[in-house]
Write a protein that binds this ligand. Structure first.
Ligand code: AGP
Length: 611
């Protein structure tokens, strides 16, 4: 999710890559750096924590001339946002400089081996490890692209690299495995970037680098090979997006882009956390002894993160039989909460800066309660202040209406539950089965996105709705709360959300002819009961849209509209997959109503730093 830029050609390469990073600013980042050669025999690296302007200040007004440069804006994953952790990174001989997007899953093992052999590292990043691995190969005297190919064979994970060497100063080498890289083709100049907007002012002719490909880029052209060094055909594309649209990757809004990023988010969130033996690996959590002693979990969060917490409660109690409560942060701190000394307080936050959650965290710390953060933004206050933090690795979320962060939070909660089950060796929990479902989840997120056209058609019919019900049972009773929040915050249509069985105790009074009721029906054990609730709505003239799993036909005949999500053997993941149709529905109803404010709905902010 970081920004990558590289240039070789007659222009001032430093100015070009700096400008390219500026065009990637919308992605969000916490530090930036640049490496260049300006005729001297050594590569120069300048890098700074903070905004791009900090890097600009460090470069100064009198930017040196350079014909080749690579630059990077980092969104921290391994190690906080500091000058040292910012990219580029040198290898051990300072022959090459490398920038990287993604995660090297086996970096800790690789690093330990190299430390044993005497290597010194200057950062906490997995990227510096990758630079050293390439450097080691390169020291044997082969061309840079061959060193990259050999190094890739030693690394596991999702990544995109750009690297250049002082010994071969007229080229840089780019490689891709999952993380995007696009090569821009110019006239006597060539470049590379992680996203199209960075290239558009310079060229509209591009090559999308594919997985397991290594590209050599010079002023004269581009050659691409597979990992065996065999040449592959370079397929050129013409881009005709305008620059503003391109920042959103061609999507009209960041919200839609982020909805579509979720398969990738699932991959990033799981990266490095499931080992080859199918065991969950969570670094930086408590010792086994601590997990054995925890008698209760309190999840504390706001908004969407609170809804992820409700999903967490469902999971922790069902899978682990561990009593779990979920609190709104704003209520928690004034409620004089009853906290057992052996409880664990879990703080979920995308931004890591939400003031209500931060205040609740400080209260727990005063009361000497153990705290664990589930946070997206590395270096944020909640991430820093929790005893331990697990990062959701969802990349920057720009749309105020949260989508991909929710999915990542729910996945981390499942990883955590499985990790605890593993530590406690709970005989009733099939960790291996659940891990397999997690491993197969990203393609299921790809599949569920195919409901988009169907959901768009349905949404258009409800642009004038006065009220929408969101109903479900079991895991769906939690999932529909997030669905309702998404819907109200961008459509401005009021919602009524409650467990489906609760309708007849009051809210049913609001149903009239044409009232929309969205039913989450992915929980198979309560479907028959839910069918009765569907009929209750219809008997009063309401319209029932049912979201269920694709192995279920029991509701086909009674639903007024039905959408199916891929089935897993884990009811929690089935309910999580249903988030996609709900998010798309909210988006397309808002679009049908004009769609001007979708990314920044009225009265709302991305990060709520006031009480
Ligand atoms: C939901 O779409 C909102 N963005 C909001 O409810 C958000 O989840 C809440 O403000 C909590 O923010 P946090 O995750 O950054 O702490």
């Amino acid at each position: 999710m970081c920004g990558i830029a590289g240039y070789v050609g007659p222009r001032n390469a430093i100015e070009v890559v700096y400008d390219q990073l500026k065009r990637l600013e919308y992605r969000g980042y916490d530090s930036a750096g640049i490496a260049f050669l300006n005729g001297a025999a050594t590569i120069k690296i300048v890098k700074k924590a903070g905004k791009l302007t900090e890097l600009g200040k460090a470069l100064g007004d009198d930017v040196p001339d350079a014909h080749i440069a690579i630059a990077h804006s980092r969104w921290a994953t391994h190690g906080g946002p500091t000058d040292e952790n910012a990219h580029p990174h040198f290898d051990q001989f300072e022959d090459i400089a490398l920038i990287h997007n993604g995660i090297i899953e086996n970096y800790a093992e690789l690093k330990a081996d190299m430390v044993r052999e005497g290597a010194t590292f200057h950062s906490e990043t997995d990227t510096e490890v990758a630079a050293h691995v390439i450097g080691q190969e390169y020291a044997a005297g082969m061309p840079l692209e061959e060193a990259v190919r050999r190094a890739i064979r030693k690394m596991r994970g999702a990544f995109a690299f750009v690297v250049f060497s002082k010994k071969e100063p007229k080229k840089f080498v780019a490689a891709r495995n999952f993380s995007p890289l696009i090569i821009g083709l110019g006239d006597g100049e060539n470049m590379v970037a992680s996203d199209v907007p960075a290239l558009l002012p310079y060229t509209r002719e591009v090559v999308y680098l594919e997985d397991d490909r290594v590209a050599t880029i010079t002023t004269d052209g581009v050659t691409i090979t597979d990992l065996d060094g065999k040449a592959v055909v370079v397929v050129q594309h013409h881009i005709d997006w305008d620059i503003a649209a391109a920042e959103k990757g061609g999507y009209e809004h960041f919200m839609l882009k982020e909805i579509h990023e979720q398969p990738e988010v699932v991959r990033m969130c799981l990266a490095g956390r499931i080992d080859e033996a199918g065991k969950v690996r969570l670094e930086q959590v408590f010792s086994d002894q601590v997990w054995h002693g925890i008698d209760r979990v309190n999840i504390i969060a706001c908004g969407t993160a609170y809804h992820a917490g409700l999903m967490g409660k469902y999971l922790f109690e069902k899978m682990l039989r561990l009593p779990t409560d979920v609190f709104f942060s704003s209520e928690f701190r004034y409620s004089d909460p009853l906290l057992s000394p052996d409880s664990l307080a879990v703080f979920i936050s995308q931004s890591g800066e939400t003031i209500d959650s931060l205040a609740a965290l400080r209260l727990c710390k005063q009361r000497r309660i153990r705290t664990l953060g589930i946070v997206n933004v590395v270096g944020s206050a909640i991430a820093r202040e929790c005893d331990r933090t697990i990062f959701t690795q969802a990349g920057p979320e720009i749309s105020v209406a949260s989508t991909k962060a929710y999915t990542a939070q729910c996945i981390v909660l499942e990883l955590l539950a499985l990790y605890i089950a593993q530590v406690k060796e709970m005989p009733g929990v099939r960790v291996d089965e659940n891990v397999l479902e997690l491993r197969n989840l990203a393609p299921k997120f790809e599949q569920v996105l195919l409901v988009e056209d169907q959901v768009r058609e349905l949404a258009v019919k409800f642009q004038d709705a006065k009220l929408a019900f969101f109903l479900g049972r079991n895991a769906d009773a939690h999932a529909i709360r997030e669905a309702a929040l998404k819907f109200k915050e961008i459509t401005y249509i009021p919602t009524e959300e409650c467990p489906a069985g609760e309708m007849k105790h009051g809210p049913l009074a609001l149903v009239e002819k044409g009232t929309l009721a969205v039913f989450g029906a992915t929980s198979s054990d309560v479907r028959e009961k839910l069918a009765s609730n569907v009929r209750e709505i219809q008997a009063r003239g309401g319209f029932a849209w049912v979201v269920t799993t694709d192995d279920d036909n029991s509701l086909d005949a009674i639903a007024d509209a039905i959408t199916k999500v891929p089935t897993t053997s884990d009811p929690y993941l089935n309910a999580l997959l249903s988030a996609i149709p709900y998010q798309l529905f909210a988006y397309y109803v808002a679009m049908a109503k004009g769609g001007e404010e979708i990314d920044q709905p009225r009265n709302l902010a991305k990060s709520v730093t006031v009480e």
